[in-house]
Design a protein around this ligand. Structure first.
Ligand code: SF4
Length: 283
């Protein structure tokens, strides 16, 4: 049977304004990374991006904001974007990714047309304190539980290559499994010199082993995605991620780093004999 690859795309609707101190994140104001910072991307621009990715075959379109928690202003903004996109680009499944959130806020997002909420655990519970001091891992887990009780689909993943141990990786994947997400984004740490972490030392083979481990632990998950860090981690072996267990990728740019040309990804998928998914099993 032909493998179907789910394509997702990202829009950074608010960039670089977060006061938390996650050591992997160039959007924290604490590290003063040299990135673009703005409070609100104009809806016209977001719509243009959505139309572009829709025409390239993406099914998922993720609205990301750089805050620790979803505040009322952002909630209103995301709902406004959602109403516009649902009218103009109805095929796209909208995903919101706006930090910790209550069940009530998540229900409001759902009512505006959002299909899924992305909130990552990032790493294991025990390693988290070495990565972030301004909020606990438990708040992340609780938000994922809120997503599940709101009726939105949960998208929950993490980052590899931050100095975590094999045990931490297994622990995070087991925690993700316990939350029953529909999709799991695997990110690979992309170093920025302003950040306090050391650059990732993962080899391509180690990163492929991480995908195999994730697929083994998360065997019931509909979509296993490689998200941020794909190009720098897998280099000229990006086509091997699919045989390792991945069936979803992000096309286009990431939050603060560039992805490769989307047409190179479409070519890679075609050459491998895969189809681009036109529907998701989970609604
Ligand atoms: S809370 Fe989110 S946006 Fe803020 S620093 Fe951490 S990862 Fe970055």
């Amino acid at each position: 049977m032909l493998k179907k690859i789910f394509l997702c795309s990202i829009s950074n609707i608010n960039s670089g304004t977060c006061s938390e101190d996650c050591k992997f994140c160039s959007q924290s104001v604490k590290y003063r990374a040299d990135i673009e910072r703005y409070a609100k991307k104009p809806i016209k621009e977001i719509l243009k991006e959505a139309k572009k990715f829709d025409s390239l075959g993406a099914l998922g379109f993720c609205l990301v904001s750089a805050h620790k928690a979803l505040d009322e202003k952002t909630l209103e903004f995301v709902c406004e974007i959602s109403h516009t996109l649902k009218k103009e680009v109805p095929r796209l499944r909208l995903i919101a990714c706006n930090g910790t959130a209550s069940k009530e806020q998540l229900i409001e997002l759902k009512n505006s047309g959002i299909s899924a909420y992305n909130h990552n655990l990032e790493t294991s519970q025990s390693f988290y304190a070495q990565i972030c001091s301004t909020h606990p891992w438990s708040e992340r887990y609780e938000t994922c539980e809120n997503v599940n009780s709101s009726g939105l689909n949960l998208i929950c993943g993490g980052i590899f290559g931050m100095g975590e141990s094999d045990k931490d990786r297994v622990s995070m994947l087991e925690s993700i499994k316990s939350l029953k997400p529909v999709s799991v984004p695997l990110n690979f740490y992309h170093h920025n010199e302003a950040l306090p972490l050391n650059p990732s030392t993962l080899s391509v083979d180690e990163a492929l082993d991480i995908i195999r481990l994730s697929r083994k632990i998360l065997s019931d998950v509909d979509r296993l995605m490689v998200a941020g860090g794909r190009e720098i981690t897998f280099k000229n072996r990006q086509d091997e991620i699919f045989s390792a267990g991945v069936n979803s990728i992000v096309i286009g740019n990431y939050l603060t780093t560039l992805g490769r040309n989307a047409y190179d990804d479409l070519d890679m998928i075609k050459k491998l004999g895969f189809d681009i998914a036109t529907d998701t099993r989970v609604k």
